[in-house]
Structure formats: C-alpha cells, structure tokens
Design a protein around this ligand. Structure first.
Ligand code: SF4
Length: 214
C-alpha cells in the first residue's frame, strides 16, 4: 500500500502510455507545451472538471470527482462519474476522434481502479465521450485491459523512482506530440531536453571560453 504522499497523478499514466519520454519531459522536467490538440482537449474538459453534482432521471452525475487508490498509488480527477441504479460508471471526455491506441482506455480503467477501491465494489465498464463524433463509446474493463493498466502503473512508479527522462525515439506519433519542439527527437541525439539545451548553450559560449558558467 502507498501513502498519500506517494500517489502519482492519473494524467501521468496517459502520458506514459503515449510515450515514456513525453512522460519524463512533463513529470520530471516540468516541460509543457500547448498545441492546438491539447488546447482543444483542455476546453473540452473545462465543463467536466467543474466539481458539480446533479440528479436527473435517477442518475447522480458528479463532475470533476477526486479519486485515488492507495493500493496502486495513483490519484486524480474523473471527468464524470455517473452513479446509476446498476452502479457507478466513469465517463471521460476527449477531443477529436477515437484513437487507434489505447491511451484513453488506460486512463479510464485507472479511474475505475480508484473508484473500485474507494467504494469497495466492482466496476465492469465505463464510457469515453469523443468530440468527433459527439457520442459515447463503451469501454469494458476486461482482464487484458486491467493487466495492461497494472503493468503501466508499475512502470510509472519504477520510472518515477529512477527519475531519469527516457531517451527519444522518433516515431510517426511524434508529429502530433505537444512536446515535439522541446523534445526534438531527430536532433537531441538521445539526451534529455535539459541536457540538450545545456550542451547547445555550452557550444554557443565555447568560443569565448565561458564553459565554467554552465
Ligand atoms: S516528440 Fe516523440 S519522442 Fe519526443 S516526447 Fe513526443 S512522442 Fe515522445
């Protein structure tokens, strides 16, 4: 069991599932860059994150609900949790279309882990709401997805303990990465962004012999 002070953010899991280096740049090096895709995602989340609750047709809808799991050592907010007569259902809001990868399913399943521990119940499925088209997709929390999320959580804790930003690997997904300009996967030569910037500055100062400044 983890203590409250050891809990890692749920958002880190999604960054990790997308790219380990992106996770390191954001969560270890505190680099963040907003592009059109992240801006649209942020706007879509503003309503869902508003910490409100309402009851309609026998369903209590909680927005921006804080969740955490001491067993897995994760914490964050669920966009929406619907408390239905059949049980709770997490609903996550996403910009754009359903993705070919499972990053969104991972985040939703991790929220379910938290709710299951907090409420001492089993949650068999949740929903993802996409901006295009504006409708929900059901996500079943089956054994394969649960194992995938568990192994990602273990990896997240291991990388956090190691505190080393993973090296870049240039892949097609880099073109949609909000940190492409910070990461520069084609030219950083496997160095962290911080190290790359340090070296670049050192090279710029080398002719004047000011290396000791760095
Ligand atoms: S640009 Fe590519 S390698 Fe760099 S953080 Fe983004 S996805 Fe990862």
């Amino acid at each position: 069991m983890f203590s409250e002070s050891d809990l890692l953010p749920l958002s880190a899991l999604q960054h990790l599932a997308f790219c380990e280096r992106q996770w390191g740049l954001i969560h270890l090096e505190q680099q963040w860059s907003e592009n059109r895709l992240t801006a649209e995602g942020r706007l879509l989340h503003e309503n869902a994150d508003s910490e409100t609750s309402e009851i309609r047709d026998g369903v209590r809808t909680c927005r921006g609900l804080r969740v955490r799991s001491l067993h897995y050592g994760i914490a964050g907010r669920a966009d929406v949790v619907e408390f239905r007569p059949t049980g709770p259902r997490p609903v996550e809001y996403k910009r754009g279309k359903p993705k070919a990868s499972d990053f969104d399913e991972v985040q939703l399943c991790a929220q379910a882990f938290c709710l299951e521990e907090m409420l001492n119940i089993s949650i068999p499925e949740g929903s993802l709401f996409y901006g295009e088209p504006r409708r929900r997709t059901a996500v079943v929390f089956d054994q394969a997805l649960r194992q995938r999320v568990e192994s990602l959580i273990q990896r997240l804790h291991a990388l956090t303990r190691a505190a080393v930003t993973p090296l870049p690997i240039f892949l097609p997904k880099c073109k949609n990465c909000s940190l492409l300009e910070v990461c520069e996967p084609k030219i950083t030569g496997g160095k962290s962004a911080k190290q790359y910037l340090k070296n670049a500055l050192r090279q710029a100062l080398t002719p004047s012999g000011d290396q000791n400044l760095l």
